[in-house]
Design a protein around this ligand. Sequence first.
Ligand code: AMP
Ligand code: ZN
Length: 113
Amino acid sequence: MTQENCIFCKIVNREFKTDFIVETQDYVSFNDITPRAPIHALVIPKKHFASLNEIEDVELMGKLLKGAKETAAKLGVADNYRLVINTGEKAGQAVFHIHIHVLGGRSMQWPPG
Ligand code: AMP
Ligand code: ZN
């Protein structure tokens, strides 16, 4: 379940004073520590998966998307937000516990870099 030395597992286990935006038995969301937009939150499953490629549980994947939608709504950006899942280092993944970025509060460029 919990991966030793995984920063996001530690957040799930409340080893830091992280405020959760949404919490269910399956996932939590919280503000990104280095926001790249006025609204920047992360949705993560409580169970450790290194990346999207490790998850086969489609029900959990659906729940994470629902969590992202609810997080955007709670943060007041329900009408305009972007979800990002970086998978692999070259794609920008730095923390290997799957997370959905919820970005909003400004105009977004396309395509992303
Ligand atoms: P990624 O590059 O897709 O793996 O995204 C990792 C994200 O986690 C980055 O946006 C970081 O700013 C964020 N992050 C890393 N450590 C923490 C932390 N302790 N609390 C909140 N966000 C974090
Ligand atoms: Zn983890």
